[in-house]
Design a protein around this ligand. Structure first.
Ligand code: ADP
Ligand code: ADP
Length: 228
């Protein structure tokens, strides 16, 4: 589902954040991306949904060659990718329902279908009873559940999560992980950048470690491999 060959990303300030990335990720895999701050994890992730463009090398996502993908076609790519952020990035003036419905409204689904699908995913994340609330009325864990509901409402093949538990306490972090596990069991590919050693060492999946823009380790059922 994702293929990178010799991918290089150099920011305009001269920093090389990806320095020859090669990786193959299959549909249905769960992959942790680990490594020190500034190693290039976010850059790796952002290139997959074309938030950042590579300078050279090949990136294929879901059959699309991202180097050849015109900017106006990027929405087609993103329709198949859900993204979850550390700081949730919910729209503060919209209710829980509206935040989740947004992606479907953009693609002009019928209102009845939108309502059905939004309630379905909100039930999945356990927030059916809070549909009318605003993000500020929810706990951090609940806000992350909303953002997970939003990420899967389109039935994407891939969910990308950049430190999804970074702002959450340990108990809430485990709850969020169960949700991501459940989504992965339905066949969705998950790519998750994380600094959470306990989670990586307990819920075993493929681990890719990045340092200085290079993949220095890639192991099935790997370990976190850093002290904290
Ligand atoms: P990580 O997610 O592992 O912390 P990043 O991919 O965010 O690493 O960053 C990798 C390197 O690229 C860092 O040195 C960072 O400062 C730099 N960097 C990230 N984003 C930008 C940007 N938009 N412009 C310039 N440099 C950036
Ligand atoms: P996050 O770590 O939350 O994913 P970013 O990817 O935006 O956030 O930033 C990661 C790192 O890249 C940080 O260390 C940040 O200071 C650095 N960075 C981001 N944007 C720039 C930029 N325009 N110029 C230089 N460094 C940047």
């Amino acid at each position: 589902m994702i293929e990178m060959q010799d991918v290089i990303k150099k920011y305009p300030n001269g920093i090389t954040a990806a320095n020859g990335l090669n990786i193959h990720i299959k549909q249905g895999e769960f992959l942790y991306v680990v490594g020190p701050s500034g190693a290039g994890k976010s850059t790796f992730i952002k290139m997959i949904y074309r938030e950042e463009k590579a300078n050279s090398g090949k990136i294929i996502v879901d059959g699309l060659d991202l180097a050849k993908l015109k900017n106006k076609k990027v929405p087609y790519l993103r329709r198949n990718i859900g993204v979850v952020f550390q700081d949730f990035k919910l729209l503060p003036t919209l209710t829980v329902f509206e935040n989740v419905a947004f992606a479907l409204e953009v693609i002009e689904e019928r209102p009845k279908e939108i309502k059905k699908r939004v309630m379905e995913v909100l039930a999945l994340v356990g927030l059916k009873h809070k549909v009318r609330m605003l993000p500020t009325e929810l706990s951090g864990g609940e806000q992350q559940r909303v953002s997970i509901a939003r990420s899967i409402v389109n039935n994407p093949k891939l969910v990308i999560a950049d430190e999804p538990t970074g702002n959450l306490d340990p108990d809430t972090s485990w709850e969020i992980m169960s949700l991501l596990e459940e989504i992965n069991l339905q066949g969705t590919t998950i790519i998750m950048a994380t600094h959470n050693k306990e989670i990586v060492n307990t819920i075993k999946h493929r681990v890719v470690a990045i340092e200085n823009g290079r993949i220095i380790r890639d192991e099935l059922r790997g370990e976190y491999g850093y002290e904290s």
